[in-house]
Design a protein around this ligand. Structure first.
Ligand SMILES: N[C@@H](CCC(=O)N[C@@H](CS)C(=O)NCC(=O)O)C(=O)O
Length: 208
């Protein structure tokens, strides 16, 4: 990508944890000048998001000719390749697929956390399923335990660290589960990573 390249449009809110992954990657890759962020509203049926991504999910990146690229992991790989960065995802071999698997594990925490939030938001009080809530909590607990046993290198910003930091940031923000008391190594990892990677703080969802 060169500074003369046309601008991409990123459909996302600044509160979306998956959108934050892409906003972080854009900062890290130093290509903010190539991307315009346009808010999206997945619940609004007249929002063009549903034409761009039939799943109606954000983030969704639009190429200059309107071609949509989603989901967050695909967008990050696309942008990293265009920016000529090798650091975000290993190019090949088992390391590549181990990293992509760990990144999907981190995304799974965010997915389950979102389902917990939606369970509250979309169901009338008293109609939430305790069984479903426990099922999602189990996913989060097992994934957190896996990362707690082997946290990533905090001095490295890659697709795993981006996904995990956005997942933990989302747990901190919306608090669908409490994770800090029983995951000391992950607490230390997030603090060290935030210190190493300024894009983590800069992409934090605004409060209030
Ligand atoms: N796997 C997708 C997940 C995207 C996702 O679930 N986004 C949420 C917002 S953070 C969304 O658009 N939810 C609205 C919906 O599911 O209708 C990705 O990584 O981009």
């Amino acid at each position: 990508m060169s500074p003369n390249d046309p601008t991409f449009v990123l459909r996302t809110t600044v509160t979306s944890p998956f959108g934050r992954k892409v906003r972080m990657a854009i900062e890290v890759l130093g290509i903010g000048h190539l991307v315009t962020v346009e808010p999206a509203d997945p619940l609004n049926e007249t929002d063009t998001l549903r034409q761009q991504n039939p799943l109606g999910k954000m983030p969704c990146l639009l190429l200059p000719d309107g071609t949509p690229i989603y989901d967050s992991g695909v967008i990050i790989e696309f942008l990293a390749e265009g920016a000529g960065s090798d650091a975000m995802v290993p190019r090949g071999g088992p390391e590549r697929y181990v990293a992509l698997t760990r990144a999907r594990l981190a995304d799974g925490i965010t997915e389950a956390a979102l389902l917990l939030i939606y369970e509250n938001r979309f169901r009338d009080p008293g109609t939430q399923s305790e069984r479903w809530i426990a099922h999602q909590r189990g996913k989060i607990a097992r994934a957190l335990a896996t990362f707690e046993a082997a946290p990533p290198d905090p001095a490295r910003t890659d697709i795993v660290a981006i996904g995990l930091s956005c997942a933990l940031g989302y747990l901190d923000w919306r608090q669908p589960v409490k994770w800090r008391d029983n995951h000391p190594r992950l607490v230390a990892w997030l603090a060290a990573f935030a210190q190493h990677e300024p894009a983590y703080e800069r992409t934090r969802a605004p409060t209030g």
